[in-house]
Design a protein around this ligand. Structure first.
Ligand code: CP
Ligand code: NVA
Length: 335
């Protein structure tokens, strides 16, 4: 398996075997890190990290992973570059491609990262767009695999806005790995026809089942993984909170709901999460709508079933695997 020179823009571009390979590589790198075995395979390489939206996990994961691999990074924040304002993505891509060995991009439409990839001449990694969040998926799959020992046949139920980056990506990730995926939400938030069709097509060959349901109790029966995300994503207007609370409120992950999942079910969330009043947005929503939590209760978030911090930690190991596999041939890192 040689992924040298490939972009990492969405899981749809990767086969099940390639995804499994990245998970194995991430597990290997995670072990090396735990044992403090140096793995500076990319000494002297340079990565540009473009963030048009804010980040804690993704940015830190790219930086720490790059440094562990011996690379240097340059961070471009939403206000610090000409991207899209004074310079097109195609021009920016060709400039950065001359200076860097790889480019991470977090921003808005998927077509922006696809354009960047088309013109950069070096691997481009998607650190989240409106439509997809593929590096998150690798961390999630690794976490599920670590917890249950395997992926095939596991049932993942996603509650919330299922037509955005995390929901779309989870559906494709499950289809690719032969896991069963249920999106549960108000039908307005079901994923778009095109991505559903793609998921069904993949599912037909992997044995995965894809369901879109509106009833939480129906959806959660037998679930191994219960997953949710924020009701309003980065870049969406604050005015839509009222509507989202009205339409997605019923899909909050509560202890009562978790108790109806499979006996050994785990709770996952890509984070950040609104589970208490310790954030400025959380407080504002409380003042406006009287809610003390949103997509998940504090009780579930802090429970034994919750693996959200293991999941967050796995972002770094999996992102490291993506950078290494796309920047070097396997024989240079002992595979
Ligand atoms: N899950 C995730 O992508 O987190 P950040 O927005 O903090 O990068
Ligand atoms: N759907 C969320 C994911 C954050 C990691 C967002 O786009 O804000």
């Amino acid at each position: 398996m040689d992924l040298y020179g490939r972009h990492f823009l969405k899981l749809l571009d990767y086969s099940s075997e390639e995804i499994e390979y990245l998970l194995d590589l991430a597990a290997d790198l995670k072990e090396k890190k735990a044992k403090r075995i140096p793995h500076r395979y990319l000494e002297g390489y340079q990565a540009a990290l473009i963030f048009e939206k804010t980040s804690t996990r993704t940015r830190c994961s790219f930086e720490v992973a790059a440094h562990d691999l011996g690379m240097d990074t340059t961070y471009l924040d939403p206000s610090a570059s000409q991207l899209g304002k004074k310079e097109s993505i195609a021009d920016t891509a060709r400039v950065l491609g001359k200076m860097f060995d790889g480019i991470e991009y977090r921003g808005f439409e998927q077509k922006r990262v696809e354009t960047l990839a088309k013109y950069a001449g070096v691997p481009v990694w998607n650190g989240l767009t409106n439509e997809y969040h593929p590096t998150q998926m690798l961390a999630d799959l690794l976490t599920i695999r670590e917890h249950f020992g395997s992926l095939k046949g596991k049932k993942l139920v996603y509650f919330g806005d299922a037509r955005y980056n995390t929901g779309n990506s989870l559906m494709i990730a499950c289809a690719k790995m032969g896991m069963h995926y249920t999106a549960c939400c108000h039908h307005k938030y079901f994923p778009g026809a095109e991505v559903v069709q793609a998921a069904h097509q993949i599912a037909a060959s992997t044995g995965s089942k894809i369901r879109l349901l509106e009833d939480p109790e129906d959806a959660i029966r037998g679930a191994d993984v219960v997953y949710t995300d924020v009701w309003v994503s980065m870049g969406e207007p604050a005015e839509i909170w009222a509507e989202r609370i009205r339409e997605l409120g019923r899909y909050k992950v509560t202890k009562e709901l978790m108790d109806k999942a499979g006996q050994n079910a785990i709770f996952m969330h890509c984070l950040p999460a609104f589970h208490d009043l310790e954030t400025a947005t959380g407080k504002q929503i409380y003042e406006q709508f009287g809610l003390t939590d949103m997509e998940v209760t504090d009780e579930v978030f802090e429970s034994e079933q919750s693996v959200v911090f293991e999941e967050a930690g796995n972002r770094m190991h999996t992102i490291k695997a993506v950078m290494l596999a796309t920047l070097a041939h396997p024989e240079t890192y002992g595979k």
